[in-house]
Design a protein around this ligand. Sequence first.
Ligand code: HEC
Length: 144
Amino acid sequence: MQLKESIEGLDMNFRSWCVASISCFLFTVAQAQEQPSLPGKDLEPVSVESVQPLVEICEQCHGPGGQSERDDVPSIAGTPAEEILAQLERFYYYERHCPSVDYEGPNGQVNRQSMCDITNALDKQEALALGSHFEHARDAASQE
Ligand code: HEC
């Protein structure tokens, strides 16, 4: 009799363990879907052409076509769009260190900014279009 009760007890424990781990699993899945993102996920997508003025800002530090010509700024040409978006989001949330660097603006004036400043002014649709632009910038660069 005692043995039967303890087996039933085990069974109950197993059941509550199952329920707990399933809820835990669902919770993890829900969390994974709610990764913080740049604002504007519900805005209309924008075309790669329409972000050309932003591309020119990026190129002032990241070099023409995203091929960097300086040691303190990495090249981004050919980086997959989703990786570019992921890094932009990390800068936006200050999850990644963003050193300020100087660059020369179009009128010859010297500006000093960091990736945190840059991503602060970006929305998600622009970031997606920029990612797509620089991912394919490699093809353009390798054809030169
Ligand atoms: C003021 C100069 C500057 C401008 C303008 C700038 N960046 Fe950056 N960017 C940097 C620096 C510096 C880093 C490296 C930060 C570090 O040390 O981790 C960086 C890093 C990145 C990275 C991560 C690259 C890697 O290899 O990890 C991406 C992606 C990126 N920038 C995209 C952009 C885009 C897109 C734009 C235009 C909207 C832009 N950047 C404009 C300076 C700049």
